[in-house]
Design a protein around this ligand. Structure first.
Ligand SMILES: Nc1ncnc2c1ncn2[C@@H]1O[C@H](COP(=O)(O)OP(=O)(O)OP(=O)(O)O)[C@@H](O)[C@H]1O
Ligand SMILES: [Mg+2]
Length: 376
């Protein structure tokens, strides 16, 4: 849909912000532009909707040179979201969201109905409709910004560091919300960030730019992490690239052991049988099978298992659903060195040692990034 073809932007003072950039932005997915400050991300984004005109090269939208379209038509087909949302301070939330429909000549009622629908879609409580932007938290304002950009249902969303002004927890929520919205609405999203974790999490494709506006690498995140094109990209990905890459491998292949699991109401024979399985610790569950904690087998007495004596099992991972990174994290944090796997209902599905996870990681690396192992 959007093709950037050898585009250069030279500002009047001679600064080359973008240098012969070529990118094919796939339809209906999230493409992330990432790179250090001043590398030309905002300039690139603004050239797509012609807030900035390229000095050389062309940008094709659906195969048509963007300069052949009236600029207003072009901009209406592209929602734009910026850091701190950029809301109109003197307008209520609902009127902020209804801005573009109103400009397009929709009636007040229809525009507001649309705005209410969007508030729900981006997870904003309807009671906030009549407030002004200053009466909202930063995260809520950012959601309003997204709703406003979606109001006229444009096929494209351009987002310039939309979530960088909020704290990590709110940010994670906004990212999850964006992924959900993208899945539901199938928008083509170009998303700028300088946070590589954010890029890897939300991007289907990630373009890494270097200072001077040159493309360093354009690849799906798993490929970026496994095969950075050069030292600059590798450096930009950071020291824990290997650990991050594990988030693209499913935990489905892990061999979960159920032998070292014992229920809190187990009989003496059951405890003895589990102890014979040879595991240094047993995982004790409640009667529904939900994990309670670890114990050495010798410390367990039928009918008198004291929950207070158990070692914490930490945060379990959801078997098959979460990644090897999550499984490894559980094992590393576990006092026994074993991770606890649960099913969707939180019942213990099995336990797995650090060593077994290590072997699965080696196996996954050998298979490289075969499609069956990639989570997204
Ligand atoms: N209007 C302008 N006139 C001259 N130079 C400009 C102008 N706008 C941006 N630049 C320069 O172009 C380069 C790229 O700027 P741009 O805003 O695209 O970077 P960015 O990657 O978005 O950076 P950041 O991560 O800090 O937002 C920078 O060197 C910047 O100083
Ligand atoms: Mg910028």
């Amino acid at each position: 849909m959007i093709r950037i073809d050898s585009v250069t932007k030279r500002y009047p003072d001679g600064t080359v912000a973008v240098d012969r950039l070529s990118l094919e932005i796939p339809d209906r997915s999230i493409t992330v532009l990432v790179g250090p400050s001043g590398c030309g991300k905002t300039t690139t984004l603004r050239m797509i909707n012609r807030m900035v005109e390229p000095s050389e090269g062309t940008i094709l939208i659906d195969g048509v040179d963007s300069r052949q379209q009236p600029v207003n038509t072009l901009r209406r087909s592209m929602g734009y979201v910026i850091q701190n949302a950029g809301l109109f301070q003197h307008r209520t939330i609902i009127d902020n969201i209804a801005t573009v429909p109103r400009l397009l000549g929709w009636s007040k009622d229809k525009s507001r109905a649309r705005a209410r629908e969007l508030m729900e879609r981006v997870g904003l409580d309807a009671t906030l409709a009549k407030r002004y932007p200053y009466q909202l938290s930063g995260g809520q304002q950012q959601r309003v910004g997204v709703a406003r950009a979606l109001a006229a249902d444009p096929p494209v969303l351009l987002m310039d560091e939309p979530f960088s002004a909020v704290d990590p927890v709110v940010r994670k929520g906004l990212q999850d919300e964006l992924l959900r919205i993208q899945e539901e609405l199938g928008k083509t999203i170009v998303f700028v960030t300088h946070d590589i974790d954010e890029a890897v999490k939300i991007g289907s494709m990630v373009a890494v730019l270097r200072t001077g506006g040159r493309l360093a690498q354009f690849a799906p995140p798993a490929e970026l992490l496994s095969s950075p094109a050069d030292a600059f990209v590798e450096d930009f990905l950071g020291a824990d690239r290997g650990i991050r890459r594990l988030s693209f491998f499913s935990s489905a292949g892990l061999d979960l052991l159920t032998a070292p699991i014992v229920a809190v109401d187990a009989t003496a024979e059951q405890i003895a049988a589990r102890a014979d399985a040879g595991a240094p610790y047993l995982l004790v569950t409640d009667v529904e099978g939900k994990p309670l904690g670890w114990s050495e087998p010798g410390r367990l007495t039928a009918g008198r298992i004291d929950r207070g004596q158990l070692l914490s099992h930490g945060r379990p991972f959801v078997a098959g659903q979460e990644s090897l990174r999550a499984a490894l994290d559980c094992a590393v944090l576990s006092p026994t060195g074993w991770a606890v796997a649960v099913d969707g209902e939180g019942r213990a599905a099995g336990v797995v040692s650090q060593q077994a996870i290590g072997e699965a990681i080696r196996g996954a690396h050998e298979d490289s990034v075969g499609p069956a192992k990639v989570l997204r």
